[in-house]
Design a protein around this ligand. Structure first.
Ligand code: AMP
Length: 189
């Protein structure tokens, strides 16, 4: 099964994805992949760092290649794949469709976390204080939210047209939301 965990930045995608990964789902996070590239200190990583720190989106080509490598790496293992932070633009969604179609697969489920903008701002201020992620500073976060509203929100209708989107209230506490997501995926506690 191929699942997209969808929603604005700081909606709780990473936290929920980690809980699903603990149950054996393969967690493919383009944000984690890009941060690993930054941590490597390579020239490529330095270029990525400048983009991420400003809250901007990395090019479709780069993130699509990262995700294609991730899919290829797990192909043939029968593992469920969970996409977190990808696709973030319509071209990325179209590329994902093509990659999966070439493997006789498709996106089976999009879990859309619906979160109030004010709640996001509160969450991110707390996360910035605790973790100090450079792209959580208020200026960068405003750019990320704009990118979400401008580019990423358009991904949802693409999947809604196929009837595979389930929208859940992302403002529930972490464990309640986790239980709801498990039910959607077809698992029971
Ligand atoms: P995330 O951890 O998913 O919030 O991603 C952190 C940052 O990495 C984003 O703000 C973007 O700068 C970049 N990024 C992650 N995934 C993508 C993507 N699919 N397309 C473009 N940029 C991305």
């Amino acid at each position: 099964m191929n699942i997209i965990l969808f929603g604005p930045p700081a909606a709780g995608k990473g936290t929920q994805a980690k809980a699903l990964a603990a149950r054996g789902v393969v967690h493919l996070s383009t944000g984690d992949m890009l941060r690993a590239a930054v941590a490597s200190g390579s020239e490529f990583g330095k270029r990525i760092d400048a983009i991420i720190s400003g809250g901007n989106l990395v090019s479709d080509e780069i993130v699509t290649e990262l995700i294609a490598n991730g899919i290829e790496h797990h192909h043939g293992t029968n593992a469920d794949l969970l996409f977190d932070g990808f696709p973030r633009t319509l071209p990325q969604a179209q590329s994902l469709d093509q990659i999966l179609a070439s493997l006789d697969q498709k996106v089976d489920l999009v879990i859309n976390l619906d979160v109030d903008r004010d709640l996001l701002l509160g969450r991110v201020a707390k996360r910035f204080a605790q973790e100090g992620r450079s792209d959580d500073n208020p200026e960068a976060f405003a750019v990320r939210l704009d990118a979400y509203e401008r580019d990423t929100a358009a991904v949802l209708p693409h999947y809604e047209a196929r009837g595979c989107v389930k929208t859940v209230d992302g403002m529930m506490d972490i464990s309640t939301l986790g239980a709801v997501i498990n039910t959607l995926v077809g698992w029971h506690a």
